[in-house]
Design a protein around this ligand. Sequence first.
Ligand SMILES: C[S@@+](CC[C@H](N)C(=O)[O-])C[C@H]1O[C@@H](n2cnc3c(N)ncnc32)[C@H](O)[C@@H]1O
Length: 417
Amino acid sequence: MANNELIKRLELPGRGRALVTTRRVRAGEIVLKDSPSLLYVVSTASDRFCGTCLRMCSGPDCTDFGAVRFCSAECSASFPKDLCSALGELKKAEFVSEEENQARFLLAAYHLQLVSSEEFEKLLVLEGEGTVDDEGVSKLHSFVEKAVQSWPWKADRKLSPRLTADLLVKEARNGFGLMAPNEKPGERAVRGYGLYTTAAFINHECLPNCCRFEYVDKAGKSNTDIYIRAMHDLEPETEISISYFPINWPYELRQERLEKEYGFKCTCERCDTEQAWSDVENGGEEGLEEEETQDEASLEKVVQELNLKASTLESARNGEEEKNIEAEEDEEQDGEEDVEIDGDFEHAMFFVKYLCPVEDCGGTMAPIPQQPDTNLHERSDDDEDADLFLTMECNMCGHVRTGDEFRKDLEENRILE
Ligand SMILES: C[S@@+](CC[C@H](N)C(=O)[O-])C[C@H]1O[C@@H](n2cnc3c(N)ncnc32)[C@H](O)[C@@H]1O
């Protein structure tokens, strides 16, 4: 099913290292299956999820061991005792929850160095460098240095404030959050984080072509593997992209997260279009609501929303808005590229196709992987709309939508006549 031969790593201008397809990929194909080099459970979930496998951990099987619990005697036995005792030190430290998570990560990373310097080196090549003269880093480094001092280190041990600072940034830029099942609709929490040293080379796009699936509660050993699935057909030599957060996040929130956490400014086509909306909203007296997301995922609403924004932008461009907008627009149009209003339909269709229709979910839909002998692989290359009507699965709530259901929705909302 998964085929890691399907991708290669390249350096792309302005994007750093990236993963690119080596052949044509069909909608729904798994382009990458990756296992974690390192996993840790977050402090707020450590009493409910197993420290070894991150599965739900409840009932009498649960073995309490310092700051980690285990779902079974097997998971308890396979968790490294050195790491367990170091995690026990967390109880004495005065950390707020975010710092405690960073300490958990650092202990797991330094422990990886203890047991496999080869795997540890894979972490060191990931993107990100920290700042040493940071109070938070010093506090964490002092804690970690003490907590790991009794470990059976070899002479080539690497442990320094510089390395601690770098590891923290590498984790922030490359870690994948494994989600806990929703307790209430719309409330989603992370149960733990993992570093996947191949998937870490996938860059972000606000309109991605792949999305990540995980099945942490499934039976078996590889329950923390992640699967990167193609949302639609991809040509050979196409860069694989995912969204680093839910696809319905609004422009400002996306920009803030990408700049603060990932260190780059996104200038993709979607951001260009939404920046123009945001300029109009900020300039107009009757701007649209702040911080809108396309989270009401009914087709009608998504399409209406985007049409409304497009027409607001068009009105502003045509000088029908308040004077202050006219003035701003005039200024902005000097030397500024025109924003494609036609692009709005393409963006609307992206959400119609790929945003999970379940209220408050915000997940991304991707076609269910097909068996090689199904019609997905037999359909002709020029049948562009065929992937519209594949059975899709949501990567957050698991909702499944068949092609017939989608066709009916499109017809009811007059998108397809
Ligand atoms: C998870 S890593 C992806 C692999 C990375 N390019 C590398 O060379 O290791 C995340 C980092 O990649 C870069 N990146 C991701 N998406 C990008 C994009 N759309 N444009 C520019 N840089 C991007 C940023 O530096 C970000 O912090």
